[in-house]
Design a protein around this ligand. Sequence first.
Ligand SMILES: [Zn+2]
Length: 414
Amino acid sequence: MSGKADPRAAGEGTTSRTRLDRGRGALGPALELVHTGRAPTRAVLTAELGVTRATAGAVAAELEALGLIRVDARPGAAAGSQGRPSHRLQLAEDGPVALAAQVHADGFRAALVGLGGRIVATAPGCETVDADPAKVLGSVVEAGAELLRETGRRCVGAGLAVPSAVAEPAGLALNPLHLAWPAGAPVREIFAECVRAAGITGPAFAANDVNLAALAEHRHGAGRGARDLLCVATGHRGVGGALVLDGRLHTGSSGLALEVGHLTVNPEGRPCHCGSRGCLDVEADPLAFLTTAGHDPGPEVSLLKQANDLIRHEYADPAVRAAAEALIDRLGLGLAGLVNILNPDRIILGGLHRTLLDADPERLRAVVADRSLWGQSGGVPILACSLDHNSLVGAAELAWQPVLDDPLGALTAA
Ligand SMILES: [Zn+2]
């Protein structure tokens, strides 16, 4: 090896192609840095990757050639600043998208999501969710295919969020209890079949909606920078949890970890569909709030919206306030147990739990601090989820993952 010239010394003889050959392994990490907003300029990218400026330049140029990012070589310098500003890196405005789909107790939604978690287009479908998963997934994929036709965007793959634990490796929805789907429905296979039938290329994925919300929040929202991120959220019914460790979802040995909905928070409480009693799932979800507040839930609007509206607009009503405080106390008890077991460095709350946090943050933080060993003196920050449609954005993250792992391979293979 000693006879070989140091490539860095080769000067004019080193083409950008040979730099890229050395930099190909850096394409994925580079794209992930831009995707998550951590490399706004080429100088930051160079430092984060720990490569030479020339390699970082070749990597950025290749990502631009793939239509994923835009390199602005002449960003406006701040008035009076010294020296040449670094090239600015931005995600391509018209780049490829992932098809994201979500099914929940009150309907479904399809969306196209670009890099950076940007929702490009979305189409809600609020209908009674059919008991046959193939019909629902066919409808939501068709809505997504229509968005692709309208926008003319290239699609890298598809991801689906469902309100059920999803067993791995087969992708079975084990407990879609708030949908009329049969337990154990092979949702990933059905979804993939619908995606193929709609003529959409790329791989198809499916996972639990709260897991996906946590992944999206970790990359683009309130979970950014957390190392052990705990997310607890209600969907339209029930309560889910997720844990992101060092940037990866902790899903357990078969995809079923963090089933926090069945922590007992009220031993004398409501019977739960799991066979126990007083679980978080039935004591701290939108239906529990509405019934505790003495509010008869009407069928016309989703339970989540009814509960959120009541807290946001009628908190002065003593019955509403008392119900909110009862739910905050139950939620706090559940979170305290999770803090002791998981020792997270941040907790984020979504759905109704986010609204409860906003209504009385001090009360919730006090319950968690009082009831947990590691949460004492409010040591664990508790924040609200910050992304709109975070489960959809997370579903798109699944479809983007092969591109983030190997941009060149994923986008030139098809
Ligand atoms: Zn239960």
